[in-house]
Design a protein around this ligand. Structure first.
Ligand SMILES: [Zn+2]
Length: 314
């Protein structure tokens, strides 16, 4: 059944889940209008669904901090038009210029919209591993986006970060201290979290998922992610969390749908392995406690297969 895992890893995701919910902000490329979650920290919450033409690929959170002396944006977004639409929203809120864009990792919905910001001469920061990922797979990521976004892909070109860091990058701007942190391996290479210590808010990136099932990619090592979560992410002791996906919330909630899901799935696969189970049946271990999450249909079986393949060698 190895072919099945391979097949599932290369086909485009089928269309189910919350993309049935109509766009929340007609007239803008953004899926939703940005909301101010705590004072001066805003987020345009993406669809908890796969990227589609209808949501323009806005299926992750595009956030920004109005510091008092400039704006810091978190995520380039999946396309030039999304970054431009976000900028239009920022300009309605403040005259302060955008001074920095931070990409949560090297995925398309983090970096493809960098092209817009590069055209505005705004510096773009990412982790060194995210930059390498985009360097290697950028062309393929761009082609994938062009397939679903068609005419909405217009203007988008490959623009990697202009600055990279390894462990920590501190920004003091206006009223904010902004700590851009690499906490360790999590969902994707070069995942970073943006920590506001004075506000006790973390813009978590793909470290933390909410409202939708997280995808376990080929390069997502669940054991490492859990270690990073327990040792580093929890240690921030954040009061507020803007997750990579889903509405802003708190640690209890993202813990349930990220860490606790990983532990649950690894537990089920562990039992399956102990019982001598094979990969073909591993896809169908019981994940019903998480069946209410968006993208469950697309991802649950695939996640189980990936965890089986990893745990086989642990
Ligand atoms: Zn993501």
């Amino acid at each position: 059944m190895k072919w099945l895992a391979l097949f599932l890893s290369v086909i485009a995701l089928p269309a189910f889940g919350s993309e049935e919910i109509a766009d929340q902000y007609p007239g803008s490329a953004l899926y939703q209008k940005p909301v101010e979650f705590i004072p001066n920290v805003w987020s345009a919450i993406g669809a908890t669904a796969p990227p589609t033409y209808e949501n323009t690929g806005h299926n992750n959170n595009l956030s920004f901090i109005v510091t008092g002396d400039g704006v810091v944006v978190v995520n380039g977004g999946a396309a030039y038009v999304l970054a431009k639409a976000l900028h239009e929203e920022i300009k309605k809120i403040t005259d302060q210029p955008v001074k920095l864009v931070i990409d949560e990792n090297g995925q398309g919905h983090a970096m493809l919209g960098n092209s817009y910001w590069a055209d505005q001469n705004v510096p773009i920061l990412a982790h060194v591993d995210a930059a390498a990922e985009f360097e290697e797979y950028g062309a393929q990521i761009l082609a994938g986006m062009e397939r679903y976004n068609r005419d909405k892909a217009e203007g988008t070109y490959l623009a990697g970060p202009t600055e990279t860091f390894e462990d920590k990058y501190i920004i003091e701007m206006g009223d904010f201290r902004i700590e851009v942190l690499y906490l360790g391996p999590a969902h994707s290479p070069g995942d970073i979290s943006v920590w506001l210590p004075e506000q006790s808010l973390v813009i978590a990136g793909d470290m933390a998922f909410h409202e939708r099932m997280l995808p376990i990619f080929e390069h997502t090592y669940t054991a490492d992610w859990l270690e990073t979560w327990d040792n580093e992410f929890e240690a921030l002791n954040a009061t507020y969390v803007i997750p990579g996906h889903g509405h802003p919330t708190n640690m209890d909630q993202v813990r349930r749908y990220t860490r606790d899901y990983l532990i649950y799935l690894r537990g089920k696969i562990g039992e399956h392995l102990d019982a001598g189970g094979d990969l073909a049946d591993a896809y169908y271990v019981d994940q019903s406690p998480f069946a209410h999450l968006d993208t469950f249909e697309e991802l649950a079986t695939r996640n189980a297969g990936r965890v089986y393949e990893q745990m086989e060698f642990e």
